[in-house]
Design a binder for this molecule. Structure first.
Ligand code: ATP
Ligand code: MG
Length: 138
C-alpha cells in the first residue's frame, strides 16, 4: 500500500468552471498536493497516457475528449491514497456513482466523467512520471 496517487481534472470539468470546487473537495478529504500543473494534452499524448485502452471501442472518443481542452494533473498524498481516492471520485459512470462523490456531483456521462484516479500503486507511479519531473514534485 502506497501513499500516493495521480489525478487529472478532465476537460469537461475545467471548461465548466469546476476546477476550484473539485480541488477543494480533494483537499478537504485529506489529500495533500505534491505536484500540480495546468496543461493541454495533444491527441498523441492523450493516446499514450490511455495506451492500455487502445483496443477498446471508446478509445478514439476518449483521446479526442482528453485533448479537447486544458486539464489539471496532480500527484496527491494520503494514507491508502489509491483506494481512498477512487472512493472519493466514485464509479466510472456517474449514474452509478455514490451520492456525494466527485463524479456524482460534477460528471455528465461515462465518457466525460470529470476526474481520473489511478487504479493501482504501480500505475500511480507510471502516471505521475508521465507528467512530472523530479524538479516538479515535493
Ligand atoms: P479513469 O482511468 O479515467 O480514472 P476509470 O478507471 O474509472 O477512469 P477506465 O475503465 O480506466 O475507468 O476508463 C478510462 C476512461 O475511459 C473513463 O474514465 C472514461 O472517461 C472512458 N470510458 C470508459 N468506459 C467508457 C465507455 N463505455 N464509453 C466512453 N468512454 C468510456
Ligand atoms: Mg482507469
Amino acid at each position: 500500500m502506497s501513499n500516493r496517487t495521480f489525478t487529472m481534472i478532465k476537460p469537461d470539468a475545467t471548461s465548466k468552471g469546476y476546477t476550484g470546487a473539485i480541488l477543494d473537495q480533494i483537499i478537504k478529504a485529506g489529500f495533500q498536493v505534491k505536484a500540480m500543473k495546468w496543461i493541454k494534452l495533444s491527441e498523441e499524448q492523450a493516446g499514450l497516457f490511455y495506451d492500455i485502452h487502445r483496443e477498446r471501442p471508446f478509445f478514439g472518443e476518449l483521446v479526442s475528449f482528453m485533448s479537447s481542452g486544458p486539464i489539471v494533473a496532480a500527484i496527491l498524498e494520503k494514507e491508502n491514497a489509491v483506494a481512498d481516492f477512487r472512493k472519493l471520485i466514485g464509479a466510472t459512470n456517474p449514474a452509478q456513482a455514490e451520492e456525494g462523490t466527485i463524479r456524482k456531483k460534477f460528471a455528465a456521462s461515462i465518457g466525460e466523467n470529470a476526474v481520473h484516479g489511478s487504479d493501482s500503486d504501480e500505475n500511480a507511479i507510471i502516471e505521475g512520471d508521465f507528467f512530472f519531473s523530479k524538479l516538479e514534485r515535493f
